[in-house]
Write a protein that binds this ligand. Sequence first.
Ligand SMILES: *Cc1c(COP(=O)(O)O)cnc(C)c1O
Length: 390
Amino acid sequence: MDNQPIRDEFLPYGRQSLDEDDIHAVVDVLNSNYLTTGPAVSEFENAVSSYVESKYAVSFSNGTAALHASSYAAGIGQGDEVITTPMTFVASANCVLYQGGTPVFADIDSETYNIDPKKIEELITDNTKAIIPVDYTGQPAPLDEIKRIAQKYNLIVIEDAAHALGATYNGNKIGSISDMTMFSLHPVKHITSGEGGIITTNNEEYYHKLLEFRTHGITKDPKDLNKQDGPWYYEMQSLGYNYRMTDIQAALGASQLNKIDSFVEKRKEYVSMYNKAFNDIGEIETPYQDSKGSSSWHLYVIRLNLEELTVDRKQIFEALLKENIGVNVHYIPVHLQPYYQQLGYKRGLCPIAELLYEEIITLPLFPAMTEKDVNDVIKAVKKVIQHYRK
Ligand SMILES: *Cc1c(COP(=O)(O)O)cnc(C)c1O
C-alpha cells in the first residue's frame, strides 16, 4: 500500500465541541458563590427535563454513578436478575453488580445490533426484576416490544441512553419513554459537562430515591424526618454515595444543551456522506436503521464482510490507524471481559454479539469534524479496502 498516509494529523473517533459560550458559562460559575450544589445544577436539570419532555431529571457526577443510582431506585438487590445487552460499555451491566444483582445477557438483533426482545422474553424467570436496554450507537432499542414485555412480567425498564440524547422513537424524545433513562455527559458523547450523567423519569418515587442516593442517603426535608432536633438537623436514612454534579459541570452541560439539535444535525449530515460513499462497497455493511426510531448518531459503525477480504478486522483497523484515522471498536461484549468470565459467564452465551465483535470498526464522527475530515476518512477506508479486497 502507498506509504503516504491520507492525513498528517490524527483524527480521533470522537471529541467535544466547545465554544466561547461554554467557556463563559464555566467562568461565570467560578466567579460565583457556589462551585457545587448551587443554582446551576437545578437549572441544568430543568433544561434537560424540558428538552426530553420528562417530569424529572436528576444529575450525577458521571453516567456510571447515574446508572448505579437508577439500579438502587429500581430496588435491584441480591437475588434479582436484570436483563441487558452484551454489546455495550461495561457500566450498563456493572450497575447491577454494584447492587448485588445478577446481570443476564440477552443476545442482539443481527440487523440493528440492539437487544433482541425475543431473547429477553426467553430469559425471564421469577427473579427477573428489570431490563436495561441500550440505545446502541444512538439508535433507539425496540422500546415498544420492551415495554410490552415489562408490563406483562411487571419489570422496570432502565434505558441506557448514553448514546441517544436527541434521538426519538415513534416521534417521542428518548428520555420520556422508559421508567428511567440515563444520559452520559462524557466528552465523546453528544454534549459534555467534563464528566457527568443524568437520569430522567416521570416517576416521583424514583425521583426521590435518586436524590437521596446521590447525597449519602441524607435528607433534610422536614416531612421525611423522624424527629426535629433543630435547624441543623438531617438524617441519613439509607446508604447513599457522594455522586453529586458540581455547578461547574452543570453550567457547561446547560450551555452545551443549547446546541444539541445542531450537533445532531451535523452528525446526520456526516452519516449521509459516509452512507453515500460506502453503499456500493460490497466489503462494507453500513448501519441498518429501524423505521420506528430516529438515531442521534453517537457512533458510526461499519461491519466488514470478511469473506470478501484477504485479512481480518485487526489488519484493516491497523491500516486505518496508519492513515491517521482514529478508529475504535464498540464494543467487546461485556460477558467476555475477564471479570465476567471469572463470575462464570461463558463464550457462546451471545453468539450474534460475539460474531459482530469480530467484524466491526467505529469510524470518527463528531460535530467538530469538518467535511474534509469526513472525506479523509472516506478516502482512507476506500484505500484500505481496495488494497485488501479479494
Ligand atoms: C459512556 C457510557 C456509559 C457510562 O457513562 P460515563 O459518563 O462515562 O460514566 C454507560 N453506558 C454506555 C453505553 C456508554 O456509552
